[in-house]
Structures are given as structure tokens and as C-alpha cells.
Design a protein around this ligand. Structure first.
Ligand SMILES: [Zn+2]
Length: 103
């Protein structure tokens, strides 16, 4: 770890996600923030990226039991329960940043 922060947390997250796909947990550990704070940063990052002609690509949360994908979810927060089987374990969404605009 380097001492002193040259980039803001959001700039750090952006540069990490440009290099490799990460889950909210990966991000929280990489930049030393709480996992529950990651969704807030991601929604703000998404707006920043629009001006930079990049976009945040999301592989959605999904249910490991029935395979339900949370594709319509607007928030970056992890869903608590699967609407399909109500009992599945939810796999974390994976985020990465790619060049290009949303269609
Ligand atoms: Zn399910």
C-alpha cells in the first residue's frame, strides 16, 4: 500500500474496474471502504463515465439456486431474496468499465 491518497476513492474504483471486473466486495477491500458504501459510489461513477465516453458494465446479481437474474434492478445494492424461489443464495454482481456509450 502507498501512503497518501493521490486519487479520490471514485477515481481509484474507476481505474481498478478498467483493469479487471470486480464485485462490490472486491472493490470495498481494494479501496478500503465498507461494502455497503460501494453502491453509492457506483451510481455516482456511472454518471461520471457518461462524460468520459465510458460505461459501467454489470453482470447482474443472480440466484445460485434457480438461476434468476436481477437484470431489472436499478440500484447497485445486493438483493436480499430471490423472487423466483425465495430461498436462493444470491451471487454478487460483477462490475467493469468498458469504452463506449450506452446505446
Ligand atoms: Zn432463486
Amino acid at each position: 500500500m502507498t501512503t497518501g491518497r493521490k486519487l479520490t476513492i471514485r477515481q481509484e474504483i474507476i481505474s481498478l474496474l478498467e483493469q479487471a471486473p470486480m464485485t462490490a466486495r472486491d472493490i470495498s477491500q481494494a479501496v478500503s471502504i465498507m461494502e455497503k458504501d460501494v453502491p453509492h459510489h457506483l451510481s455516482s461513477i456511472e454518471k461520471t463515465l457518461r462524460q468520459q465516453k465510458k460505461r459501467l458494465e454489470t453482470a447482474p446479481h443472480y440466484c445460485m439456486d434457480c438461476g434468476f437474474e436481477f437484470t431489472k434492478r436499478k440500484s447497485f445494492k445486493k438483493p436480499g431474496k430471490c423472487p423466483g424461489c425465495r430461498d436462493g443464495r444470491i451471487a454478487s454482481a460483477v462490475y467493469r468499465i468498458v469504452p463506449g456509450q450506452h446505446p
